[in-house]
Structures are given as C-alpha cells and as structure tokens.
Design a protein around this ligand. Sequence first.
Ligand SMILES: [Zn+2]
Ligand SMILES: [Zn+2]
Length: 429
Amino acid sequence: MTSITCKAAVAWGPGEALVIEDVVLDPPNPLEIRIKVVCTSLCRSDITQWESKAIALFPRIFGHEASGLFIKKLHTRMHARRRDFISIKLCGIISQGKEGKNIQGIGSYGYVSLQILHHFGYAKIVESIGEGVTEFEKGDHVLTLFTGECMTCKHCSSGKSNMCQVLGLERKGVMHSDQKTRFSFKGKPVYHYCAVSSFSEYTVVHSGCAVKINSNAPLEKICLLSCGVAAGLGAAWNVANISKGSTVVIFGLGTVGLSVAQGAKLRGAARIIGVDTNAEKYDKGKSFGVTEFINPDDCNEPVQQVIKRITDGGADYSFECIGDTDMVTTALQSCCDGWGVTVTLGVPKTKPEITAHYGLLLSGKTLKGSLFGGWKPKSEIPLLVDMYQRKEIQIDEFVTHDLSFMDINKAFELMRAGKCLRCVIHMPN
Ligand SMILES: [Zn+2]
Ligand SMILES: [Zn+2]
C-alpha cells in the first residue's frame, strides 16, 4: 500500500474559510482502514472546534458524520476479530450485520437487547487495510464513528457504557494508535478531527471507528446517524429512558433536540415542549413530535417558571441540546422534584463549568450526561440503520441542504446563521 494524494477541505486557522487542498494520505497502519468518503454532513461540534482559539490544532481536517466505501481488496477472508483498523473511502454508507435482532417496540429497546449484538461478528472481510483487519471487504458500506468501540476494554465489556478506553473520543488531532497524523500537506502534518476527518475524499480510520451497514441504505441520509440523530435518539431511549405518557422539555431544536423529540414521541410521551428562540423551528418541530413551543424571548418571566407553571411543578424529563452550561441549570430547574431527570447533550462553546444550587439535587432531581446517546457504536448503530429502513425512525427530514464538496463553506455559513438542520456534503465520484 502506498500514500495517495486526494482533495481535502483544510482549515488553516480558527474560523477561517476552508480551502480545498491536495493532501497526502498515508496508507493505513495495522488495524486501520482507508476509506473513500461518499457523503459527510456538518455537525455543530465541527463548527465549535473550528471556531475555537483555545485548541489551536491547525491545519486540520474536520468532519465526523460520514458514510463511505472500502476501496482496496484483501486476498484473505477470515472471521471477524476485535480491534481491527481499516481505511475506507468516506461516502455515506454504513454497516449492517444483524440478522436476528428483531427489536420489537421502541419501549423495550435497551441494553439487554442491544447486548446481543456484541456477540455478532461481522462475517466478511477485506480492503485496503492495515495488518490484522478482518471484518471488512471491498465495497462494504460503512459509517464512521467519532467514538469507537474496541469490544474488549473495561467499558466495552461492561454493558453499561460506551466510553471505550482504547478508541474513545480523540481530542489531540491524531490517530489513537501512534499519536501521529495520516494526512500531510507539503510534508507537514495536517491534524485529524475525532480520528475521522471526513471532509476529505479519502480518510484513514481505525477499524474500531467504522461500522458496516446494510448496503441498501442510502448513504446520503444515514450519514446523519454518525452523530446528531443517533445522539438525540439515544439520549431519549438509553439515557433518560422516557416512559409513556410523560412530559418532556427540550431546550434547543436543532438536529439533536429534534431527534430527542422524535425519540420521545416514539416512546409515547404525552407532551413534548420545545424551547427555542428561533420561531421558525416550531413547524419543523411539529413534524418530529413537538406538541408545544416556547420562545423565551416572548416570555415575561424566566422560562423555567413558565414550564413549572404549565406542567404542575416541572417536566418529567428535560434535555439541554444547545451547548450552554447556564441552560443546564435552567433545564434542571424545569424538571419536577422527586423523579425529574435532566440530560445534557450540548457541547459548550464557552464556560464548561456547570453551577446549580445543591437543593435542586436534594429535591430528588437527577442530572445525567452521555456521549453519542450512550450507544455502543459498532454494536448498536446498525440497528438504527435497520430501523430507518423499516421506516420506524425519520432521517430524511433533517436534511435541509445537499451541497457539493466544493461548496462546503456554504454549509458552515448556513449553520452559523441557523438556516439549516443538516447540510449533506456529497463528495466527488
Ligand atoms: Zn473499548
Ligand atoms: Zn457531531
């Protein structure tokens, strides 16, 4: 295997428009794969990190919601082994796998049934792969995973956590295995983002950070399951475990917040109250299950007081999907004493510390957090692809714009202006 030259959208400095450059991409290391990206969408956290002057990892290639294809074929076929690395071409495709996981009813959807997947090997192999990769084969459709699953560490083995100790969220702009980059420009390293970097025609990822999906699933839609949509559904089902007939409040009606709404609706929540300062979000929200809308700018009293008044003391569940730690306190104040649960999902742009009066917890409320909705990504994300294909969950409605790779900066402009939910970027063929 040799290095290849491909086009990538390079960020040269915080907040600076991306520049399409010819970058060199190394071959995959052991247990890695090189993939061709088909589709990738822009997530709010790409923007947050791109704008941040606090973490100056530039030049850098962002992007972490993506689907792709394997490009090279291996000559051997083996049974799936854990902890493989692979390289793929990112596109918009993902993994599949699972005969036998017929999940009946969202209400019973939980770790017990999900655990089963853990023991399913991916039967096929392949690709332009690093040594030791056994689970992918040429033409496989894959989704990239910004937080991986090694299948063997304490957390992966626990059945309680997706915080993989080996392939967890990578924050230093390098690959997990050797702390180096695979991308370079004129001999200088170009940093990765979340060890995915999908704003490139090709990328290298660890085989534990990609998952095969059903090849019939549309890559230009299901790439949204790489982050935002899955995170919201998981927060509703895995983290909060919303019960039928409950009252739910969601702060922030972007893709993540609306995915929480969808998850709450499918669990049979009686009231789903959306809170957002953008009144245009209400119509969109209704299609995902939002039953009431509150614009804090229109209120004469703090929004938490409005919510407590109209819900007889507070909601059963509240979700912070904005990325504002002050709003976490507001969300906590908006749920009821005794059993109220607040789930925080947003990634804060500033002020990461949370402050709240201890009395909020003394009164029986619970504050919970999660990464990627608590999903064990390699084991469970293919289930969501299957659910989408059975029309049990909506994804298409989140895609507000389809853009060519050359127009990638337009996606950044739209998201910064609050004019989109998801922009899907289609890579060149
Ligand atoms: Zn692990
Ligand atoms: Zn994301």
